[in-house]
Design a protein around this ligand. Sequence first.
Ligand SMILES: Cc1cc2nc3c(=O)[nH]c(=O)nc-3n(C[C@H](O)[C@H](O)[C@H](O)COP(=O)(O)O)c2cc1C
Length: 346
Amino acid sequence: MHRTVRIGQYETANDLFVAPMAGVTDRPFRRLCRRFGAGYAISEMTASNPRLWGTEKTARRLDHHGEAAPRTVQIAGADPRLLAEAARYNIDRGAQIIDINMGCPAKKVCQVAAGSALLRDEALVGRILDAVVAACAPLQVPVTLKTRTGWDRGERNALRIGRLAQEAGIALLTLHGRTRCDLYAGAAEYDTIAAVKAALSIPVVANGDIDTPEKARAVLAHTGADALMIGRAAQGRPWIFREIAHYLATGTLLAPPTIGEVRAALLEHLAEHHDFYGERQGVRTARKHIGWYVRGLPGAALFCARMNTLEATAAQMGAVADYLDGLGAHDAPLPYANPTVEPLAA
Ligand SMILES: Cc1cc2nc3c(=O)[nH]c(=O)nc-3n(C[C@H](O)[C@H](O)[C@H](O)COP(=O)(O)O)c2cc1C
């Protein structure tokens, strides 16, 4: 069954979303995930500090050229006025939906009480949501919220935050099943997400540790969520979206992609990545993606060590092609050992 999710006047292509991941979910990666079945993607976070808006990094993050609608931009910060201004700035540059991040435990973000540190101050949360919705509503731009289940395990206030959000006019809520103080440790829990989903009428998206089709089905069943959001498990494995969709629809596991299909997808990803970042930066930032693709494959460590010394786009693409050719015939399935998800770094 193919479920879509309504976000204001927009409708997602399906109920499997790519999580926003700074430094990962750039435009090339978002496009690739969509091609492999993701129904919705949020771009990387942009700062609410206007001093950072002119930078090349921000400009790149705002580049949605060729991207499917709706184009959603995430903002983070702690000052309602600045956040409202950031929302308008992004809308002027093509954002169709604004997502507020109150879930990021990164020090850089939390030191200024942004991200999930905000969760402790519900009055401030209310003021932020009101200010951003007030800025976006006249422009017909829906506002969504992504957050964690609370500040710490003794203070899981996601239900109150969720109600605040709904009253403020937030169009969709995504919950990562960890608290701010969990950082990235332990396992995500889904009871809080289920409770919030049961209490709200706006769509609720479940996120955290969804890394297999079976886990996806279990999280959906447990939470009753309107959609699932997948982050780390999509790194180097963008086809996880079609694998999950197939399993949800049929109850059977899809065969792994063939070597030839992965080769084509990775080379296309690299070409777009190099084009997006330019040769010098592109070769370097592509390395982590390549490392994720080959994780668990025979000879991956040796290949990565060599590949990391290459500085030219053509050499990098050639090395990747040769490595994948060496794995077997193009129509053979990718010889996954046991694809593991990288642990989240604090
Ligand atoms: C490298 C990395 C960068 C991230 N950057 C962001 C971000 O910019 N905004 C955000 O809301 N969440 C960010 N997250 C959190 C993810 O969106 C997601 O909530 C988290 O990874 C849990 O989902 P997962 O278990 O499917 O990875 C990031 C996570 C990772 C691993």
